[in-house]
Design a protein. Structure first.
Length: 326
């Protein structure tokens, strides 16, 4: 991807520097560029008509809104206090040769511990274990193995207990999923556009954040093409983007809401949450028996299709029948 960008004649990459601030006109009506700082501490400014904030947590956009006295967007949060650690091992000579990967989950609502192990190039395994709400693994090798041994199934621990560890233990913490409702703001600086995690941060264990960001980039491309003929295309860009990005967020956010299955999850639990869980369980049962349903659920989970496909009358009828059997 980097080489593709570098091949664009009208594109310049500023390397080893970080944007520190988004700059705006004195009245805050529009952005004028950014202030950046390189690894040596030298600061400079770059003028711009359009600034896309893809910096991750959206601190640059929020800081600008605060500095110009504009209200911050409302937020919907799902507090999970997730913590996980990752370690790489050499695959032992006597290891199974037919594994594609290993996943183990605790019993939802009582046990949040989970593990994932996948192959890497160079005959290696990458093992990740974690939990939430305080039940998280330590960041040292012995603690890693102790935690892995206490997973619901022993498969991962048995595989790595005598394997050679390659490198240290990497830790990561994620306090909450956050959805910022920029679409509800009455005014927003012209020429500023937060994207990706700056709008919505998802629980990383579902592996959807980068896919959503890619979909949003495609949406941005379509909007730029559509608004290109306007006399002032940038003026309408952010309002159009905030409105049209909502359907892209809905499906992965409906997955993030499932974190409320754990009682210690912080935030406002949806009123129909129990029905949502029962419907999801019914789909899982149908998917276990019907390859077409299994394919459909995989396509929704991987953002190839919207969640609205579950509203198909025939599928709904089958799911309701399963729910009635419970």
């Amino acid at each position: 991807m980097r080489r593709r960008v570098e091949s664009c004649a009208n594109t310049t990459l500023h390397q080893r520097c970080r944007v520190q601030e988004v700059l705006a006109t004195p009245d805050g009506a529009a952005v004028t560029g950014v202030r950046d700082e390189n690894v040596g501490g030298a600061s400079g400014t770059i003028a711009a008509d359009l600034v896309v904030d893809a910096s991750g947590r959206g601190a640059l956009t929020l800081a600008l809104l605060q500095s110009i006295g504009r209200p911050l967007p409302e937020e919907t949060t799902i507090g999970i206090d997730l913590g996980y650690v990752t370690c790489v091992f050499a695959v032992p000579d006597d290891a199974p040769t037919d594994w594609k990967g290993v996943r183990t989950f605790g019993h939802a609502s009582q046990n949040s511990r989970r593990g994932l192990m996948l192959p890497l190039e160079g005959n290696r395994w990458m093992a990740t274990i974690g939990g939430r709400n305080g039940d998280v693994p330590p960041g040292e090798p012995e603690g890693f193995l102790t935690y892995a041994r206490a997973l619901r199934t022993p498969t991962i621990y048995t595989a790595i207990s005598h394997a050679k560890r390659l490198g240290g233990v990497a830790r990561y913490g994620f306090p909450e999923s956050v959805r910022r409702h920029f679409e509800r703001l009455d005014v927003f600086p012209r020429g500023l556009l937060p994207i990706g995690d700056a709008i919505c941060r998802f629980n990383p264990v579902y592996g959807q954040g980068m896919s959503v960001a890619a979909q949003e980039a495609c949406l941005l491309q379509r909007l730029l093409q559509r608004l290109g003929g306007d006399s002032n295309p940038i003026a309408g860009l952010a309002p159009a983007f905030f409105a049209e990005v909502q359907p892209l967020i809905e499906t992965p956010w409906s997955v993030a809401i499932l974190d409320f299955v754990f009682p210690d999850t912080r935030g406002k639990r949806p009123a129909d949450f129990e029905t949502t869980l029962k419907f999801g369980a019914a789909l899982i049962r149908l998917a276990a028996e019907d390859p077409a349903v299994h394919k459909l659920t995989a396509e929704v989970q991987n953002l190839l299709k919207p969640r609205s496909v579950y509203l198909d009358p025939a599928l709904m009828q089958r799911a309701l029948a399963v729910m009635a059997e419970e």
